[in-house]
Design a protein around this ligand. Sequence first.
Ligand SMILES: C[C@@H](O)[C@H](NC(=O)OP(=O)(O)OC[C@H]1O[C@@H](n2cnc3c(N)ncnc32)[C@H](O)[C@@H]1O)C(=O)O
Ligand SMILES: Nc1ncnc2c1ncn2[C@@H]1O[C@H](COP(=O)(O)OP(=O)(O)OP(=O)(O)O)[C@@H](O)[C@H]1O
Ligand SMILES: [Fe+2]
Length: 560
Amino acid sequence: MVSTASESDDIRRVLGIEGTAWAASAAVYEVETDDVFIESNPYQPESGGIHPREAAEHMSEAVPSVVETALAEARERAAEEGRNADAAPIDAVAFSRGPGLGPCLRIVGTAARAVAQRFDVPLVGVNHMVAHLEVGRHYSGFDRPVCLNASGANAHVLAYRNGRYRVLGETMDTGVGNALDKFTRHVGWSHPGGPKVESHARDGEYVDLPYVVKGMDFSFSGIMSAAKDEYDSGTPVEDVCRGLEETVFAMLTEVSERALSLTGREELVLGGGVGQNDRLQGMLREMCEQRGAELYVPEDRFLRDNAGMIAVLGAKMAAAGDTLAVAESAIDSDFRPDEVAVSWRADESEPAPAPATRVDAGDAAEQRGAEATVSIEGDRVVKRRVPRSYRHPALDERLRRERTRIEARLTSEARRCGVPTPLVLDVDTAESTIGFQRVGDRDLDAELTVDRARAVGRYLATIHDAGFVHGDPTTRNVRVGSGDGDADRVFLIDFGLGYHTGHEEDHAMDLHVFAQSLAGTADDADRLQAAAEEAYRATSERDGTVLDRLRAIEGRGRYQ
Ligand SMILES: C[C@@H](O)[C@H](NC(=O)OP(=O)(O)OC[C@H]1O[C@@H](n2cnc3c(N)ncnc32)[C@H](O)[C@@H]1O)C(=O)O
Ligand SMILES: Nc1ncnc2c1ncn2[C@@H]1O[C@H](COP(=O)(O)OP(=O)(O)OP(=O)(O)O)[C@@H](O)[C@H]1O
Ligand SMILES: [Fe+2]
């Protein structure tokens, strides 16, 4: 019988067990001294990538021995503190419950249950992705950071809000490490590929590869096939590695910056095995410095998969009484971070409204968006995409030009379809500058209403029917109010990530980006989202298929 104690003082030493994919790991976390002992045994595939069956065989051999090593350490510490030799050396057992490979997770779950029963201590089921970010939050001392999880099988941007970690953005296909590993497999290098990409990139010249960011979501599949093609056509592998790092990490840095900008937060925490990469850390550091934000990067041993992070979060969960009865402790290979009901944080109510909210200060004010600076000069605004020094200069130049050209073109095209947008007054692609008519008197996030959400749904349907997407329809890229008495005008702005497409998936992504931004900024996001969808349905020529696709995007398990 496993006890399910809820006395927080009882939790002084926690055993953590990890084994979602490659790292068989056990750890002892000492609450009082904050000390973490970690014992790990990695699985190294003989050829190719991670084979689930081989990985599970590795876990069944390695998990018991790393657990015994950690327990021996725990016993020593228990003896030092003068604990009775008959008493349990630990006060709880925490294990990675998911996401991960099912066969591996089951072995970890079985081991954890056995230890918990043996010592009659509570069992704690930890979400591996939340552990990746909580360990950084723990050691940074940050309270409300944005978190970038850059790991093998996942890539997310998360922020805590009202009891859950919200996924502000994520990969639409593979995890970031898996994407790099697939390229290195193609080249014939052994697993894991990430560190090899890093060392080869140092001697490489940058090559252009597709850069795919949709709002705060992103995709790696196009980049990976292009990288393989480059290699196959004879481009030196060092150059392809450099192009990969510059492109993939600039994407992750851009979405992190967007998330900081959208939420108005000023702290960023990095997590996940790919987080060990120096170039990624450097880009994030530079971006944060330039916007006056703070970055925290955990030690490498806490970035890659490890049981230390499981024990650290497990201790907080156990202290909050968030434990599992054995009968309810089944693993969950698709466990998403936003499914976790956060029990261990004080119930903080959101400081309202988010500081990023902008109500216009008046003339000659300068706004700083995630990408551009916008200066208001009377009834005209000038938007300039400023260079981002964290990006390679060639990539930076390309993105600023392309986006400026597209923004000018699609803003006008939307207007011609009857969607309110500002008039484009002049464009200078060389300087990445556009002059616009000034519209609205505040951003939608400052004053969200059901009617306005409905207008956004209607306008998105209109441009989709005309054959293009907005690309970044967040609550900050919608202006409301007109200043001339017609308070309910709603304007779409910032079409720089738009493009022509007839694919339902792309149309659904626009709705998904809007839904995610509602979830990130509003408490009644569901109601607003329903209103937007209802208006979309009423307007669109093919509402059914797009909304079906939206449901599929929302329900997609990302573990692959
Ligand atoms: C669910 C769980 O099993 C999974 N874990 C995982 O992916 O292991 P993690 O340790 O977080 O990350 C491993 C990845 O991290 C990459 N990696 C390691 N060192 C790297 C480096 N210096 N540069 C780039 N990638 C690196 C590896 O190539 C590999 O793809 C996850 O967290 O998604
Ligand atoms: N035509 C306009 N009229 C009035 N205000 C505007 C106009 N264009 C932009 N703004 C203001 O400037 C802010 C930033 O503009 P915009 O979204 O185009 O830049 P950005 O850097 O791409 O921002 P982000 O990436 O954060 O969406 C807007 O949120 C809005 O408050
Ligand atoms: Fe991981």
